[in-house]
Design a protein around this ligand. Structure first.
Ligand code: UDP
Ligand code: MG
Length: 317
C-alpha cells in the first residue's frame, strides 16, 4: 500500500509563481502516483496567508480544475511559520506524511522522491538540506553561517543549512501539535520531536518570480525569535558577565587601596569614567535581554491562537 502524501505550500502574495509551481507539482505528483509510489489520495495544499494580490483566486481556480489541489485560507496574514503550521495541522488528519515547501520553487521539487523513499524506509522526519548556497548573496551566506554557529553556541539543536523543506510523518505532526508555544520556530522545535530522522540534499534554486517576503528587518526579527524561543543562554551569559565584572572591580579596589597606603595618589579620572560608561552600557544591554524574555512570557501567557482558518477548500472524489 503506497502512502498518502500531502505537500503543504504557504503562499503570501505569490501570484507570480503559483501557476508554474502548481503545474510542476501536479506533474511530479501524478508521475509518483502512476509509478505507484504514492497513493492517488495524495494532495497538494496551498495555504493562503492573507495575500493582498490574486493568490487566493488562483488557488480557487486550481482547486476547481484538479482534485489534486486543496486550498486553506487564513483569516489574515500570520507569517510563514504560522501559515505552514496551519497547513500541516489541517493536513495531518488526512495524510500519512506531509512535506512542507516554499511556493517560489527555491526548494527542488525532485528531492520529494528521495524524501518519500526515506519515509517508506521508516523515517519519521526527513530534512531537506541545501548542498550549496550558490544562489545566495555573500551577505546572506555569511550571516546565515554566523547565525547557525550562534544557535549552536546557545545549545540549540538545529539542522545545518535546513530551512523549512521537510517531510514529517503523521505521528510526528501529532507531536508537533502538542508544542504549545505561541511563537513557533519550527526549525528549532522539530528536532526536539525525535524518532528516526534523515536528510536529503538538494541545490537551492533562485526564486522563480516575485520577490522575497523576508526583507532584512523581518529576517532579523526571525533570527532573534529563533534564539529567544529556544534558549535561555543569553540570560545566563549576562549573569556570568556580571560576575566577571564584579571580580574585576574587586581587584581594582584592592589595587587602589594598596596604592593609597603606599602613598601614591591615584590619577583616577580616566579609569573612573571608562568603567562607569562600560558598566552603564552593560547594564542597559542586560536589561534589554531580560526584557526580551519578559515580553515573550507576556505574549505566551495569553495563549492566543496562532492562526484562524477561514476556509478549507477541497474536493473529494
Ligand atoms: N510566506 C508566507 N507568509 C509570509 C511571508 C512568506 O506564507 O508572511 C511564504 C512565501 O509565500 C513563501 C515562503 O513563505 O512560500 C518563503 O518566503 P520567501 O520565499 O519570500 O522567503 P526567502 O526564500 O526569501 O527566505
Ligand atoms: Mg524563497
Amino acid at each position: 500500500m503506497s502512502s498518502i502524501i500531502y505537500i503543504v505550500v504557504p503562499c503570501y502574495n505569490e501570484e507570480a509563481v503559483l501557476h508554474e509551481t502548481s503545474s510542476r507539482l501536479a506533474e511530479k505528483m501524478h508521475s509518483l502516483m502512476q509509478a505507484g509510489k504514492i497513493s492517488p489520495l495524495s494532495r497538494v495544499m496551498f495555504v493562503n496567508d492573507g495575500s493582498k494580490d490574486r493568490t487566493w483566486e488562483i488557488i480557487e481556480e486550481l482547486v476547481a480544475g484538479d482534485t489534486l489541489f486543496q486550498g486553506v485560507k487564513l483569516s489574515r496574514n500570520k507569517g510563514h511559520q504560522n501559515a505552514l503550521l496551519a497547513g500541516l495541522m489541517t493536513a495531518k488528519d488526512h495524510c500519512d506524511a506531509a512535506i512542507s515547501m516554499d511556493a517560489d520553487l527555491q526548494d527542488d521539487i525532485n528531492a520529494v522522491d528521495e524524501m518519500i523513499e526515506k519515509f517508506d524506509g521508516g523515517c519519521d522526519i526527513v530534512y531537506g538540506v541545501r548542498s550549496e548556497r550558490k544562489t545566495d548573496t555573500f551577505f546572506k551566506k555569511f550571516t546565515a553561517q554566523g547565525y547557525y554557529k550562534l544557535l549552536a553556541m546557545m545549545g540549540v539543536d538545529i539542522v545545518y543549512n535546513h530551512a523549512d523543506y521537510r517531510l514529517m510523518s503523521r505521528r510526528a505532526l501529532q507531536n508537533l501539535e502538542s508544542f504549545g508555544e505561541v511563537n513557533l520556530f519550527l526549525r528549532g522545535v522539530v528536532p526536539m520531536i525525535g524518532y528516526k530522522t534523515d536528510k536529503v540534499y538538494y541545490e537551492r534554486a533562485e526564486r522563480f518570480a516575485g520577490e522575497s517576503k523576508y526583507p532584512l528587518k523581518k529576517m532579523l526579527a526571525f533570527a532573534m525569535e529563533g534564539i529567544t524561543s529556544l534558549s535561555v543562554k543569553p540570560i545566563r551569559f549576562i549573569t556570568s558577565t556580571g560576575f566577571v565584572i564584579f571580580v574585576i572591580s574587586l581587584l581594582m579596589l584592592i589595587y587602589s587601596l594598596v596604592r593609597y597606603f603606599m602613598g601614591a595618589t591615584i590619577p583616577g579620572w580616566t579609569s573612573l569614567a571608562v568603567s562607569v560608561w562600560a558598566i552603564g552600557g552593560l547594564q542597559l544591554l542586560a536589561i534589554g535581554v531580560v526584557g526580551e524574555y519578559i515580553g515573550k512570557i507576556y505574549l505566551e501567557t495569553k495563549h492566543r491562537p496562532k492562526y484562524i482558518v477561514e476556509t478549507y477548500l477541497h474536493r473529494d472524489e
